[in-house]
Design a protein around this ligand. Structure first.
Ligand SMILES: [Zn+2]
Length: 65
């Protein structure tokens, strides 16, 4: 019989840390990229856009379509 210590899988801790990152997706048509840019006005739902489409987020804030 062996007396080796039990090791936990290293992937478990990595998965825990990545779960803390907010995972928003660009809402511009069918883009679907990761969207680190959030645009929000009081009393309105926030919009999330990727780097490519963040200029459209500016128009959300300005009220121009
Ligand atoms: Zn986009």
């Amino acid at each position: 019989m062996s007396d080796e210590p039990i090791k936990l899988a290293e992937g478990m801790t990595a998965a825990r840390q990545s779960g803390r990152i907010e995972n928003h997706v660009c809402e511009f048509d069918v883009c679907g990229k990761r969207a680190p840019f959030g645009f929000a006005k009081p009393r309105q739902p926030s919009h999330w856009l990727c780097f490519e489409h963040r200029e459209h987020g500016d128009s959300y804030l300005a009220g121009v379509r």
